[in-house]
Design a protein around this ligand. Structure first.
Ligand SMILES: Cc1ncc(COP(=O)(O)O)c(C=O)c1O
Length: 392
């Protein structure tokens, strides 16, 4: 059982706000904030280098925490400044030739898709969208049929930014593994709200951010690269941390995933990320996932009962992102009126998932994303607020 009272006491803003914007940036728990403040104080008292030296054990432990979260090894983790950099480091390490095929899903995130476009333009590789099944999830059978020797990458967003869809990450992993195709999973919206086990999923590379469902600080992210894959990936850019300069004409890439990092870092934020991961692990990802689903389901069914509302979430078992539109009301006006009522939600714009948005003719969507620290009463406040708008 999650001790909601304790967790809300650790999250002071919950006394003022019904905060349902965790897919944007979640509220950080107090221990995360304290760890960052302490480190900044230490930096101001001793200087940044001495502060990092003094905290070297705790800084090293962050790799172990992230590894535990993913069921990976610490040597398979790179800590970087956001999920995009993590994803880019993996993607741009791969090499493509004319005719190579990149397979992806309909709701792929914009940052990833523009990178596909750039690499396709540079190399002559092609981008192909695996169609979705009737539920809206990536169609695993269609994927299987699309595989041939020219498929050089399967890259999929597990939980898209624009709704509750949870793509079948582990089923895709089985196919990728069986065919020996590199599999890059964008788990940005998944970590912190659901179980993420890289062995079970079978991905070779996985990227994620700290600030969303993990409740870590902004400007943090991480990349997982499977040990067996590491040696095959030369990062697109290196510095002397990733690849020590061992003689005048020679560098030697690190053996571990830190080959995707650079020397300089925001150590306060890193420590905050580590505390956020430990905080989630301490509560238990299983109970977190259960409660996220419970609250999201309550929100979905409450909203669906209001006239003029269309729930836009896809998939058999949607997660903690609830997306909807309302007849006669623009999404941004709903977001701002909720804000005035002390309810923080967000919106998702079509270009952030352009292919899915085009297929479904989606306008700007309202996006409400509860987390385990929310209460049923907060969910009901949003439902009541939207019901009130419907009556105007
Ligand atoms: C699915 C998905 N992937 C990647 C990202 C990018 O994450 P970051 O902003 O940490 O680079 C986001 C951010 O919204 C996202 O929703």
């Amino acid at each position: 059982m999650i001790d909601i009272d304790r967790i809300r006491a650790d999250t002071p803003a919950t006394s003022r706000l019904a905060y349902l914007h965790n897919a944007g940036a979640a509220l950080m728990p107090a221990p995360v904030v304290a760890a960052m403040k302490q480190h900044i104080d230490l930096e101001s008292e001793t200087g940044g280098y001495a502060a990092a030296d003094r905290e070297s054990d705790r800084l090293e432990a962050v790799y172990g925490s992230v590894a535990r979260l993913l069921n990976a090894g610490p040597d398979e983790i790179a800590l970087v400044e956001n999920a995009t950099v993590a994803w880019q480091m993996a993607f741009y390490s791969l090499t493509f030739r004319p005719g190579d095929r990149i397979l992806t899903a309909e709701a792929e995130y914009a940052a990833n898709y523009v990178a596909f476009l750039q690499v396709a333009k540079r190399t002559g590789a092609t981008i192909e969208i695996v169609p979705s099944d009737a539920s809206g999830e990536l169609d695993v059978h269609a994927l299987e049929r699309m595989i041939d020797a020219r498929v050089k990458l399967i890259a999929m967003t597990w939980v898209p930014t624009n709704g509750g869809l949870v793509n079948p990450a582990a089923s895709v992993g089985k196919i990728a593994r069986a065919r020996g195709i590199p599999y890059l999973l964008d788990a940005c919206q998944a970590v912190g709200q659901m179980e993420v086990d890289v062995d079970n999923i079978g991905c070779d590379m996985l990227s994620a951010t700290g600030r969303k469902f993990l409740r870590g600080p902004r400007g943090t992210g991480f990349l997982y690269v499977r040990r067996a894959m590491l040696q095959q990936l030369e990062p697109p850019m290196i510095d002397h941390f990733a690849a020590p300069w061992v003689s005048r004409d020679e560098y030697r890439l690190r053996d571990d995933a830190r080959r995707f990092e650079t020397w300089e870092n925001n150590y306060a934020a890193r420590l905050g990320l580590g505390v956020a991961v430990d905080y989630a692990l301490d509560i238990g990802i299983g109970p977190i996932e259960q409660r996220c689903r419970l609250l999201a389901d309550r929100l979905r069914s409450g909203l669906a009962s209001i006239g003029g509302i269309t729930i836009r979430d896809l998939g058999r078992s949607p997660g903690a992102i609830v997306s909807f539109t309302m007849e006669g009301h623009e999404a941004d006006s709903i977001v701002s009126s909720a804000g005035s009522a002390g309810i923080t939600i967000g919106a998702s714009d079509p270009p952030s998932t352009r292919i899915d948005a085009e297929i479904r003719s989606l306008p700007l969507l309202v996006r409400a994303s509860p987390h385990y620290y929310n209460t049923e009463a907060e969910i009901d406040r949003l439902i009541d607020h939207v019901a009130g708008l419907a009556m105007r």
